[in-house]
Design a protein. Structure first.
Ligand SMILES: Nc1ncnc2c1ncn2[C@@H]1O[C@H](COP(=O)(O)OP(=O)(O)O)[C@@H](O)[C@H]1O
Ligand SMILES: [Mg+2]
Length: 600
C-alpha cells in the first residue's frame, strides 16, 4: 500500500509549476490563463490549423456557389470543366472534415485536460500544505467549490475559447478579406447592417435570459423545499400534517408551472420577433446586392456569397457576445483558484531539525498564544508547565479556558506567539513538524470515520501492517467483540461519518488508529466526555492501554481519568494556575478543589 504511485510524483512536480504560473502573473488573469497553457502552445497552434482546414467548407461553400452560378450563367464549354474541378475540390474538403475535426479536438482536448488535471493536483497539493489554522477558518464547501466547480468553469472557458473564439476570429478574417477583395460597397453595407443585426439579436437574448433566470430561481427554491419535505416526512406523519404539507408544496409546484409557462411563451414570442428583424435585415442585404448585380456592379452569383456571409458574421458575433458571461465566469474561477494556490498560510518545514526519535519531554515556558486576526486577545497567557518523559498529564478547566489551544500547540497546529515550547529540549519552532508528528498519536474529540472498511479506517495511511500488530491493537482498543459480531468482521464497510456505529465504537476505532502507529506521545482531547458510562468504562480501559509508557496529554472531565493521571494541570483564562497529583491538589483545596466542588 504505497501512499502514491510514480505517476502522482511526476504530476506533483508539474503541479508546483502551475502554482508558480499564478504567482508570476498575480493580478493578470489573461496572462495567467496563457501561462497555464505554457506547455501546450504547439498543440494549440496545431489545433487551430486543423480547425481552419475542417471549418473551411463553411467559408468556401458560398464562394463556390457564387462561382457555380456565375459559370452556369455564362455557359461556355471551358466553364463546364471548371465546374467539375470546383465541385471535386469541394468534395475533397468535405471529406477532410472528419480527420481534421478529430485532430482539432484531439489537440485542444489534450491540452485542456492536462491543464485541468494539473490545476486540480496543484490545489490538492496546496490543501495538504495549508496550515490547520487556515482549514479551521475556511469552510470546507468553499475549498470544495474551488476544486470542482472552479476548475470545471475554467475548463468550459478554455473549450469555448478554443472553439468559438477561434471560429469567430477566422470567420471575421475570411469574410472581411473576401468581401473587401470583391466589392467595397458591399463591405460598407456590412459595416452598417451587421452591428444593427447583432444589437437586435442581443437585446432579445438578454430578455429571454432574464426569464430563464426567474424560472431557474423558482426551480431551485422548489428543489430545496422538496428535499426539506422528504426529510420532514416522519415529522409530518407524527403530527398528522400530511395534507398541510401537500398543500404547502403544491403552491411551489404551481409557481414553477406559471413561471415555466411564462418563459415558454415569452421565448416563443421574442424568438419570432428577433427572427423577423434578422430576416428583414437579411432581405435588405439580398435586395442591396441584387440591385448591385442588376447594375452590373457585381456578378449575379456573388449575391448568394454576400447573403451567406452576412448571416455567418451576425451569427458568430452574437455567439461571441453570448460567450462573455462564460468568459467572465471562467476568469472569476481562475482568480478563485489563484486565491487558494497563492495562500501563504502554510507550514514551513524546510531547513528545520528532523527528529529521528522522540522521548516525549515537554516544557511550556511562559507561552502566550493569540490568533493572527485577534492580536489583542491572548488565548494562552504566560502558560508554564513541564511534562517528563512517559508522564500522563490531565488538563482540566472550564470550557473556553484554553485546553484545546494548549493541545494544538503540542501537535504543532499552532505555534506560540511568545515564550517557548520545547520538545526534548528543542524549541518546537525549529523542529520539522512532519518528522515530529510521525511519533505522535492524536485522538480528537469527535472521531473522523471515512467511507472504507474498519481495517482501512484503523490502518489509514500505513503500509504493511502485520496481522499480529493489527490484532493486538484491536484487543487493546476493545474492538474484538464488535468485529466478531459484524458479518464481514474487520472488512465491514463503514459509512461516511460512521453512522452505522455507536459513539463509543467510533471513539475506539479512533483510539485504535492512534495505537497502531505505536506513538511516543498521545494527545486526547475530551475523547471520552460525550459518552455514556458503559462506553466510558470500555474507553477508559482502551485509553489506559493507549497511554501506557507514553507521554500523554489528556483533556477530560471524568473523575476516573483525572485521578489516574500522573499530573493534573488546571487551566484558567489561558493560564496554568495549578499543577500536581490528584491527592496533592485535593489537599491544597485550591482551584482544582473548587472546580471539583462546582462540578459535583
Ligand atoms: N480559531 C479561533 N479563533 C479565535 N478564537 C478562538 C479560535 N478557537 C478557539 N478560540 C477561543 O479560544 C478560547 C479557548 O478555546 P479552547 O482552547 O478551545 O478552550 P477549551 O478547550 O478549554 O474549552 C475560547 O475563548 C475560544 O473562543
Ligand atoms: Mg476544547
Amino acid at each position: 500500500m504505497k501512499p502514491y504511485g510514480k505517476g502522482a510524483e511526476k504530476m506533483e512536480r508539474t503541479s508546483l509549476s502551475y502554482t508558480e504560473d499564478f504567482r508570476k502573473n498575480r493580478g493578470h488573469l489573461l496572462k495567467t490563463l496563457c501561462a497555464v497553457y505554457k506547455g501546450s502552445y504547439g498543440k494549440i497552434f496545431l489545433s487551430s490549423v486543423c480547425f481552419a482546414i475542417k471549418h473551411s467548407p463553411c467559408w468556401i461553400l458560398p464562394i463556390l456557389t457564387s462561382n457555380l452560378i456565375n459559370l452556369a450563367s455564362s455557359g461556355t464549354q471551358a466553364d463546364r470543366q471548371k465546374i467539375i474541378i470546383n465541385a471535386a475540390a469541394f468534395a475533397l474538403l468535405l471529406v477532410l472534415n472528419i480527420p481534421f475535426n478529430y485532430l482539432h479536438v484531439h489537440f485542444y482536448a489534450s491540452s485542456i485536460r492536462d491543464a485541468e488535471a494539473g490545476l486540480r493536483l496543484a490545489l490538492v497539493t496546496k490543501i495538504q500544505q495549508l496550515s490547520i489554522a487556515y482549514h479551521k477558518h475556511t469552510q470546507n464547501g468553499r475549498i470544495q467549490a474551488k476544486l470542482m466547480r472552479d476548475v470545471e468553469q475554467f475548463q468550459t472557458l478554455s473549450e469555448q475559447l478554443f472553439v468559438n473564439a477561434l471560429m469567430f476570429i477566422l470567420t471575421i478574417i475570411v469574410t472581411i478579406a473576401v468581401t473587401l477583395s470583391k466589392s467595397r460597397i458591399v463591405f460598407a453595407f456590412f459595416l452598417i447592417a451587421v452591428p444593427v443585426a447583432v444589437t437586435v439579436t442581443m437585446l432579445f437574448r438578454k430578455k429571454i435570459r432574464r426569464k430563464n433566470k426567474d424560472f431557474r430561481g423558482e426551480m431551485e427554491t422548489a428543489g430545496a423545499k422538496m428535499i426539506e419535505m422528504v426529510e420532514l416526512v416522519p415529522v409530518a406523519r407524527a403530527h398528522a400534517l400530511e395534507n398541510w404539507e401537500i398543500k404547502r408544496i403544491s403552491k411551489q409546484i404551481e409557481n414553477v408551472k406559471s413561471k415555466g409557462y411564462s418563459m415558454d411563451t415569452f421565448q416563443a414570442l421574442f424568438g419570432s420577433v428577433s427572427w423577423l428583424v434578422f430576416q428583414l435585415l437579411q432581405v435588405s442585404c439580398l435586395i442591396f446586392s441584387a440591385v448591385l448585380a442588376f447594375k452590373r456592379l457585381i456578378p449575379v452569383g456573388d449575391v448568394v456569397l454576400y447573403q451567406s456571409y452576412f448571416s455567418t458574421i451576425v451569427g458568430s458575433i452574437s455567439a461571441v457576445i453570448g460567450l462573455i458571461p462564460i468568459i467572465a465566469k471562467g476568469l472569476e474561477s481562475l482568480s478563485s483558484i489563484g486565491e487558494l494556490l497563492l495562500e501563504n498560510d502554510i507550514e514551513n518545514n524546510t531547513g528545520k531539525i528532523r527528529l529521528e526519535k522522540l522521548s516525549g519531554e515537554y516544557d511550556f515556558k511562559n507561552v502566550s498564544f493569540h490568533y493572527g486576526d485577534k492580536p489583542d486577545r491572548d488565548i494562552l497567557r504566560d502558560f508554564t508547565l513541564h511534562i517528563s518523559e512517559g508522564e500522563t498529564v490531565a488538563l482540566v478547566g472550564e470550557s473556553g479556558a484554553g485546553k484545546s489551544t494548549a493541545l494544538n500547540l503540542v501537535i504543532g497546529f499552532d505555534l506560540p506567539t511568545s515564550g517557548a515550547l520545547t520538545i526534548d529540549g528543542t524549541d518546537i519552532k525549529n523542529i520539522d513538524l512532519r518528522s515530529y508528528r510521525s511519533f505522535i498519536g492524536v485522538v480528537p474529540q469527535s472521531p473522523i470515520i471515512f467511507n472504507g472498511t474498519i481495517k482501512e479506517n484503523i490502518t489509514y495511511g500505513l503500509k504493511n501492517v502485520s496481522k499480529e500488530d493489527f490484532d493486538a491493537v484491536i484487543k487493546a482498543a476493545l474492538l474484538e467483540e464488535l468485529i466478531a459480531e459484524l458479518p464481514d468482521g474487520e472488512n465491514t464497510v463503514l459509512t461516511e461519518h460512521g453512522s452505522n456505529l455507536s459513539g463509543g465504537q467510533r471513539q475506539r476505532i479512533s483510539i485504535a488508529r492512534a495505537l497502531i502507529r505505536n506513538p511516543r506521545v498521545i494527545v486526547l482531547d475530551e475523547a471520552t466526555s460525550a459518552l455514556d458510562s458503559v462506553s466510558e468504562k470500555k474507553i477508559q480501559t482502551a485509553v489506559e492501554n493507549l497511554t501506557k509508557d507514553r507521554t500523554t496529554f489528556i483533556v477530560a472531565h471524568r473523575l476516573s481519568t483525572v485521578k489516574n493521571a500522573d499530573k493534573i494541570a488546571v487551566v484558567k483564562d489561558g493560564c496554568c494556575v495549578e499543577c500536581g497529583t490528584y491527592d496533592e491538589l485535593m489537599q491544597k483545596q485550591g482551584e482544582f478543589y473548587k472546580f471539583k466542588q462546582l462540578q459535583s
